[in-house]
Structures are given as C-alpha cells and as structure tokens.
Unconditional design. Structure first.
Length: 213
C-alpha cells in the first residue's frame, strides 16, 4: 500500500530508503575512516611531537562575538523560508548535496592538517645536515588547566609572549611538567613551520631564571 500511495513500487521504495541511509551515514563513516587511516600512518611513521602554536585572537567589540551567531540564525531562517516555499521534495537533493560536501570538506581538512605536519617530520630528519630548527624564548603570560574533551586530550594551556612574534601565542601541553609553570616563567622553545602554514613547537624546556633578565 505504501508503494501505491507514493506512486512507487515496494522495490523502488526500498531502494530509496537504502539510498537515504547511505547518504546519512556514509559521509560521517568516510570521515571516521580517513581519521583512522591518518592516525595509523602517524603511528607507523613515529613522527615527532608537534604542538600547535596558535595566535591568541582579539576582539574589538561585541559584534566580533555576536556576528557568527547572527550569521547562523540568518542561514537557519533562510533555509526554513526556502523549504516552506519550495517544499521538502524539491529541497532535499540540495540538502543532501550540502550534507555530503560538509563531511567531505571535514575530511579534506584532516588530510591537509596531516600533510602540513608531515613537513615537520621531514625537517627533523634533515635538520642535522642542513640547518637546525628555529629556537626562541617565551615568557609565560597565563597558565590554565584544560580538561580533556572530544577535540583534545587536555593538559596545561599556556599563553606565551614569544620573542620575534608580536601577537601572544596559545600552546596546549599534555605534559605533567607544564603544570608547575607560573606566569612570568621563561621557556626555551624549539619550533618549525608547517609545510603549508602555522608554527609548531617540537621541543620545550623551562629556562633558568637568569635567562629571563
């Protein structure tokens, strides 16, 4: 009866259901598989540890905090109006394509981050025969414990003023030694640029107190 009510045969209805299931669960499963393969490649290569050195973002006013929320609400309202005007049947192909593109973009971002860090491994392999990795001193501005989450393993989050860099940098260290650091302490950093962008700390240690003068 369902196939007759919708104008489709039971076999066609079953194929549509299978296609919908693949569309919903296939892209996320693909992204999980990509992440697993990249992690496997890292484990087998024994790449050097690389901690991201991220510039601390600054805001000039309330609008810098509110505009992402405003854009999100505008997109939701626009999508609701579009669905109401055109109907679900006509909008669903576009929603399905957007769903796939979002997960594919996420997978591509994971691959890009992996390849970006691969440059660090190559630099570490050739540092002894070319030039040593860059070194700098950094003053600890703030220290904050960050619990583990789905996005990171947590650890001690430091805000550093790194010599040679104007903008303060944020560094998350999953190391028990970092928990004893205090604002005003000085660190000796070893870092290298990624293959495409960004700076990564490949080694650190607390500098003697005399070095901070």
């Amino acid at each position: 009866m369902t196939g007759q009510d919708t104008g489709l045969t039971p076999a066609a209805t079953r194929r549509n259901s299978q296609r919908t299931a693949w569309l919903i669960f296939g892209p996320p499963a693909f992204m999980v598989a990509v992440g697993w393969l990249l992690q496997l490649a890292d484990d087998r290569q024994n790449a050097m540890q690389a901690l991201s050195l991220v510039p601390v973002s600054t805001t000039s006013g309330p609008m810098d905090l509110l505009w992402p929320v405003a854009v999100g609400l505008a997109v939701l309202v626009g999508a609701g109006l579009l669905v109401r005007r055109l109907g679900w049947r006509r909008v669903m192909p576009a929603i399905g394509a957007l769903w796939m593109l979002l997960w594919l973009a996420g997978s591509a971002a994971m691959v890009q981050r992996h390849v970006n860090r691969q440059g660090l491994f190559l630099q570490d392999m050739t540092a002894s025969v070319t030039a040593p990795l860059a070194r700098a001193t950094a003053r600890v501005v703030t220290v904050k414990f960050k619990p583990a989450s789905l996005r990171s393993l947590g650890g001690t989050e430091l805000v550093l003023q790194v010599s040679g860099l104007q903008i303060p940098q944020r560094l998350l260290i999953d190391d028990a030694r970092a928990a004893s650091l205090k604002p005003g302490d000085t660190l000796a950093l070893q870092f290298a640029p990624g293959r495409f962008s960004g700076l990564f700390v490949t080694g650190w240690q607390a500098a003697p107190a005399a070095d901070s003068h």
